[in-house]
Design a protein around this ligand. Structure first.
Ligand code: ATP
Ligand code: MG
Length: 206
């Protein structure tokens, strides 16, 4: 590899409450488009005041669901580096830790366009772009021109390349799935069957 790194790894961070096909499709699309070796899924820990809220999964359940969802994919990996038991983890810190732990890996941070919209409010965004390539997928029916403009805007603000992930608009969110489960609508095919079974068995999101 030109930068002397020997491996390329994608990072899919999120609360995954629950994980759904949108997350999985983004990971797979990034793996394919950028010739990644692996994609790591990093469920984020909840801070104490957000733990064990009614209608939400516990940290442990979210980790279990990610594990179930990715287990059939040999290049998807679960990482607990953001499962910080006492609160939020900051992306820049995670990336800097990963950098020093794995100096041979170049990192591709994968996000939806909603995250790029509020990227400048994230803690230390410049340190994030210093540490990785940022890969962005469209979301929420964002108009193509608007998406392109946002990518260009971030490029000039951070003097960094923001890469566009080539995916269709995937109209799905964890919030919508939680609402569907609460109102007893079927979420079959919105998440893998084994995750669906886990949600039913553990009566999550009721
Ligand atoms: P919630 O509704 O609880 O916010 P979510 O579906 O947005 O959940 P998150 O765990 O918040 O899922 O998202 C993790 C990352 O995945 C974010 O960068 C988000 O932009 C991206 N993402 C999630 N769903 C989609 C989707 N359908 N299309 C594109 N990006 C997505
Ligand atoms: Mg979200």
């Amino acid at each position: 590899m030109a930068d002397g790194k020997t491996k390329k790894v994608g990072i899919m961070g999120g609360t995954f409450d629950p994980i759904h096909v949108g997350h999985l499709i983004l990971g797979e699309a990034a793996w394919r488009q950028f010739h990644l070796d692996e994609v790591w899924f990093l469920p984020a820990g909840n801070p104490p005041h957000k733990k064990n809220r009614a209608g939400r999964a516990t940290d442990e359940q979210r980790v279990d669901m990610v594990q179930l969802a990715i287990q059939s994919n040999p290049h998807f990996v679960l990482s607990l580096i953001e499962m910080n038991p006492d609160g939020y983890s900051y992306t820049y810190r995670t990336l800097e830790r990963l950098h020093s732990q794995y100096p041979d890996i170049s990192w591709y941070f994968i996000m939806g366009a909603d995250s790029l919209t509020d990227f400048d409010t994230w803690r230390e965004p410049q340190r994030i772009t210093d540490a990785c390539q940022v890969v962005v997928a469209t979301r929420n029916q964002m108009d193509d021109g608007e998406f392109q403009t946002l990518l260009e805007q971030r490029k000039s603000e951070f003097n960094h390349n923001f890469l566009r992930l080539d995916t269709p608009n995937l109209d799905i969110s964890s919030a919508h799935l939680r609402e569907m489960i609460r109102t007893e609508e079927s979420i079959r095919y919105y998440t893998p069957d084994n995750v669906l079974q886990y949600i039913i068995k553990n009566r999550i999101y009721k």
